[in-house]
Ligand binder design. Structure first.
Ligand SMILES: [Zn+2]
Length: 108
């Protein structure tokens, strides 16, 4: 591997898997140790092909997992709010149907 870890530049041969010869893809690590750091990997044999991005500073490694945790919490709250909104729309529609039926029933 002739990767320059400071610039993240790779030669064309760095993109070929040593094990099977297939082309590696760029993936993103979401581990606490390497959050949002890209690396090369073969999708067929899971061969690790080296880092695309240079190591992150310690502060970023501390902050990014916490930010990701907060994003997940907010996404969960958003999903709950959307479900609650759908339920409320259903209740409103059901109420209108009941009112319409009562109005029709009183007219007859
Ligand atoms: Zn491979």
């Amino acid at each position: 591997m002739s990767c320059n870890s400071n610039t993240g530049k790779h030669n064309e041969e760095d993109y070929l898997c040593i094990q099977c010869g297939n082309r590696k893809v760029t993936l993103t690590s979401w581990t606490n140790k390497n959050p949002s750091r890209r690396f090369l990997s073969c999708t067929d044999c899971d061969e690790f092909g080296g880092w695309v991005d240079p190591p992150m500073c310690r502060r970023a490694v501390q902050i990014i997992p916490e930010l990701l945790r907060r994003v997940k919490t907010l996404e969960l709250e958003l999903a709950k709010s959307k479900a609650r909104e759908r339920r409320m729309k259903f209740y409103i529609a059901a109420t209108w149907v009941v009112v319409a039926v009562l109005v029709m029933w009183k007219k007859t």
